[in-house]
Design a protein around this ligand. Sequence first.
Ligand code: 5GP
Length: 189
Amino acid sequence: MGGVTPTLFVISGPSGAGKGTLVALLRERHPGLGLTVSATTREPREGEVDGKSYYFLSDDEFKRRVDAGEFVEWAEVHGHAYGTLASEVSSKLASGSSLVLEIDVQGAFQVKERFPDAVLVFIMPPSLEVLSERLRGRGTETAESIELRLANAEREMALADRYDDVVVNDDLDRACDELLAVIEKHERN
Ligand code: 5GP
């Protein structure tokens, strides 16, 4: 019946590459796509809601959950811990829809080990200059955090060739069309 297989997608890319905006638009165009809420030890930004943007945990609580084996993957990113809870993945995959994990490169490779059928998609900024402008323009980060994120961006972009697909986010609408085509291609495989 249509031949669509619920698929686990991992979307990574440097901070400022526009992953969040792209995934939000993608979900408008492909409403069946589920999204997990990650846990993190970083402070909430203005407007972020606990349990919606992230589960905001203390260092101790995060560690307790790591030790209890509650994470599918977790990693230190930009000086804080981030992770995907197994409960988020199992409940959403069980509902029969495809799922997107928006996580960093270290987490992506952990997911691929655990779920070999997962599809890894890398969102590439058009250039480091554009990335730098976007991070500064966003106004959510301190100068120190921007420098850290830019240094990490180069390291992450060097790993893009280990992903199944790469989408360059030069223009939001165009990139969303391409990402949607990638998703539909894998769901039909
Ligand atoms: P931000 O602090 O800007 O919300 O996120 C920083 C980075 O953390 C993002 O680039 C994102 O890919 C990564 N991240 C968010 N959630 C997770 C997660 O659950 N696991 C891992 N490994 N990385 C995550």
